[in-house]
Design a protein around this ligand. Structure first.
Ligand code: ADP
Length: 496
């Protein structure tokens, strides 16, 4: 059914609400923001044509209030609701309620969300498509004895995972038989409290894994497309911090295989809209299906940059009942893009949350730099929501140029008042393992320990001192009056 969208409500906050509004404005679509009292002065509220307060700061009293949000949408004669990511974005009931209210949900149909929202149901759905899976069981297990038998069959180490899991929660690595019982109990209780569903299952723990995912698009005209891969292996607590496209290790042949597998996953649940199929890749470059995320991903900008597409515009077209605006054969990879999630976290203290007032907030600007954010100088970082301040994205014709651009952008990003992951991003970009493409999801554990950090800062301090001395000597010997001294770019490249 074709229906033109003239007004969109974004059931979200911060950078992603602004991201969607930007495309809506470009397309001449009117915009509505919703907000909690904690976000009264947020840029996403000011950015929209209209804004409605929907409740108190805790998300259960505002951003998760499905009925309230739909009520606002109807009252303001909105045509469609975009859920962003997080909050209600992967809630099948919400998608259903929006349609039932006669509005368009910019996302997949409820059944696809439901199937892919459960890791076990997802495994079941893709079975007939011969998608490679991590060795393991595809059923929930509660019995410890049975779990031990299965674990022995698969071989240690194993991973106990919550079926309803997300955000790295409810996941436990088990090295030895005697730990199965206690770790299973912990995984079940974590899953029950986080997701209200204690089903857990067992997977082989892939050693030295890389997280590589494929962006897909599907419309109502039978088109299923893949927009190549994103590598998201630089993680902390099983959650992504640095993402890039394309991956440094994916060959054309693997890319096509993964792309086709991802399209099949999308077909298996009759997918509609933009989605992401996540895979793990082992050291021998075998890939295994992990799960599908049925929404726009945080890291979507890197794909947009290398493919020259606007994924939100495609989501809107698809929701209107139109076909995707390009074909598979029109898509090419052009250059390289990297994203750093700038979290209000102290990277040097186990990435602990760092909340407070943003006394200085000056993002970098310039060619090949994109900053998607939802903060302004002088704002508080609220404790109620995800601690992501922004996404810093850089582009380069080659991977190394994109990395250099990222270092430059980080150097020009000034934040005071809270600790951020900016120094961690710079560390990653200067590290030999990352630069050479030889890394896995254990980067933090393997290369960001206290000793590594000490060594790094010692070196950086020494180089900074040398640069300062050279600058001084140069200026002393030259006859010109020292005017403005350009800040030397301090570059440290690891040789381990
Ligand atoms: P969530 O839904 O909680 O994000 P995922 O299944 O997407 O969980 O996995 C998140 C991360 O956990 C992966 O990117 C990877 O780092 C790690 N992981 C998941 N499954 C495995 C596995 N079988 N072996 C090794 N690491 C894994």
């Amino acid at each position: 059914m074709m229906k033109e969208i003239k007004k969109i409500l974004v059931a979200n906050r911060g950078e992603i609400a602004i991201r969607v509004f930007k495309t809506a404005k470009k397309l001449g679509i009117k915009t509505v923001a919703v907000y909690s009292t904690a976000d009264r002065n947020s840029p996403h509220v000011a950015f929209a044509d209209e804004a409605v307060c929907i409740g108190e700061p805790p998300s259960s009293k505002s951003y998760l209030l499905a009925n309230k949000i739909i009520e606002v949408a109807k009252k303001l004669k909105v045509d469609a609701i975009h859920p962003g990511y997080g909050f209600l974005s992967e809630n099948a009931q919400f998608s259903q309620k929006v349609s039932d209210a006669g509005l368009i949900f910019i996302g997949p149909r409820p059944q696809a969300i439901r199937t892919m929202g459960s890791k076990l149901a997802a495994k079941e759905a893709v079975k007939s498509y011969k998608i490679p899976m991590v060795p393991g069981i595809d059923q929930a297990v509660t019995d410890v004895e049975k779990a031990v038998t299965i674990a022995k069959e698969i071989g240690f180490p194993i991973l106990i995972k919550a079926s309803a899991g997300g955000g790295g929660k409810g996941m436990r690595v088990v090295e030895k038989e005697k730990e199965v019982k206690s770790q299973m109990e912990r995984a079940i209780s974590e899953a029950t409290s986080a997701f209200g569903d204690g089903s857990v299952f067992i997977e082989k723990y892939i050693e030295s894994p890389r997280h590589i995912e494929i962006q897909v698009l599907a419309d109502d005209h039978g088109n299923f497309l893949y927009l190549f891969e994103r590598e998201c292996s630089i993680q902390r607590r099983h959650q992504k911090v640095v993402e890039e496209a394309p991956s440094a290790i994916v060959t054309e042949e693997i890319r096509q295989k993964m792309g086709e597998a991802a399209v099949n996953v999308a077909k298996s649940c009759d997918y509609l809209g933009a989605g992401t199929v996540e895979f793990l890749m082992d050291a021998d470059k075998n890939f295994y299906f992990l799960e599908m995320n049925t929404r726009l991903q945080v890291e979507h900008p890197v794909t947009e940059w290398i493919t020259g597409t606007d994924l939100v515009a495609e989501q809107i077209r698809i929701a209107e009942g139109k076909p995707i605006s390009f074909k598979q054969e029109d898509l090419n990879i052009n250059g390289h893009a990297i994203e750093l999630r700038v979290y209000a976290e102290d990277s040097f203290n186990d990435f602990a949350p760092s909340i407070g007032l943003l006394s200085t907030y000056q993002p970098p600007k310039g060619k090949d730099i994109r900053v998607d954010d939802g903060f302004r100088e002088g704002m508080d970082v609220p404790i109620y929501y995800d601690p992501m301040l922004s996404k810093l994205i850089t582009f380069g014709p080659s991977r190394i140029e994109a990395i250099e651009k990222m270092i430059e952008a980080i150097d020009h990003y000034h934040v005071e008042g809270v600790e951020t992951t900016l120094p961690f991003g710079k560390y990653v970009c200067q590290h030999k393992a990352f630069r050479s493409g030889q890394f896995d999801t254990h980067f933090v554990k393997n290369f960001f320990g206290e000793k590594d950090r000490e060594l790094y800062y010692e070196k950086e301090a020494k180089i900074a001192a040398k640069v300062a001395l050279l600058t001084y000597l140069k200026q002393k010997n030259s006859l010109s009056l020292p005017s403005k001294i350009a800040k030397p770019a301090v570059k440290v490249v690891f040789n381990q």
